[in-house]
Ligand binder design. Structure first.
Ligand code: DGL
Length: 278
């Protein structure tokens, strides 16, 4: 039998375990940023699979394999919950991961889709993402499972390199955004889901093109709300009083991760460790 004190410390130990987050690269740091904002006491272990980015153009089979390997790595840290911050991996690999790993796993599709259904007024929702995310129709299925809304989607492959290069405004970026989003605008959408980790960085120029009447839904902040809700409901919020120390891992190009990642996270990343997955 456990005595009260033991029970207390056991629960504190379990609750103070970190949240594991993975993405194909630096993009998932937009999700980390929102989670840090919503849950400042939670410790985060982040893995960016920079050796194999991008996922957005790869096959379902490959994305599933990479996602399993990433999850295995995060499990080593005894994480209490895993966030698949990558929209592409969330579109394809969630069922496989949930079947295989005994830990709560949160993807980015459902929170983004639910938020879009909540904010649309005319029932016409635009979704943009990588080719694999859009091909999977993951957002569309999720939105259609809870509403009769119409979904129109588009792939925006050039947004990822633009965000990584830091070309967040200027004429070239504006022209590219116009080229991708004008057909969606013509379909009279009133809500646009940013279905890719990188797109929140381009939010300014995107809303310039879509105009004031189109509400932008960023899955990053919706995911943070969802994670907070799950931890609260299950009584797993961290009770640590010290500022948490986060850990960042990348499968390659750590210097680049530090340089570009800082823009995505909105603050300097002090240390990134390189890992080889197996
Ligand atoms: N992280 C990916 C996503 O959110 C974008 C980058 C990639 O293609 O790997 O879909």
């Amino acid at each position: 039998m456990r005595v009260f004190g033991g029970e207390y410390f056991y629960r504190a130990f379990m609750n103070n375990r970190p949240i594991g987050i993975f993405d194909s690269g630096v993009g998932g740091l937009t999700v980390v940023k929102e989670i840090m904002k919503a849950l400042p006491n939670e410790r985060i272990v982040y893995l960016g699979d920079t050796a194999r980015v991008p996922y957005g153009t790869k096959s379902d089979q490959t994305i599933k394999r990479f996602s399993v390997e990433n999850t295995k790595f995060l499990k080593k840290f005894k994480v209490k919950l895993i966030v698949v911050a990558c929209n592409t991996a969330s579109s394809i690999a969630l069922p496989v991961l949930r079947k295989r790993f005994n830990v709560p796993i949160v993807g980015v599709i459902r929170p983004g889709a639910r938020k879009a259904v909540k904010v649309t007024r005319n029932g016409r929702i635009g979704v943009i993402g990588t080719p694999t995310t859009i091909k999977s129709k993951a957002y569309e299925k999720e939105i259609r499972s809870i509403s009769n809304n119409k979904v129109v989607s588009a792939t925006c492959p050039l947004f990822v390199p633009l965000a990584e290069e830091g070309w967040l405004n200027g004429n070239i970026t504006l022209d590219i955004v116009k080229k991708y989003l004008t057909p969606l605008k013509r379909k009279n959408i009133d809500t646009l889901v940013l279905g890719c980790t990188h797109y929140p960085l381009l939010r300014g120029v995107i809303s310039k093109v879509t105009g004031r009447n189109v509400k932008i839904v960023d899955s990053a902040s919706s995911v943070a709300e969802e994670v907070a809700k799950i931890l609260q409901k299950s009584g797993k919020l961290s009770s640590a009083s010290k500022k948490p120390t986060h850990s960042f891992f990348a499968t390659d190009a750590v210097e680049q991760f530090v340089k570009v990642g800082g823009k995505f996270l909105g603050k300097k990343i002090e240390k990134v460790r390189k890992v080889i997955l197996n």
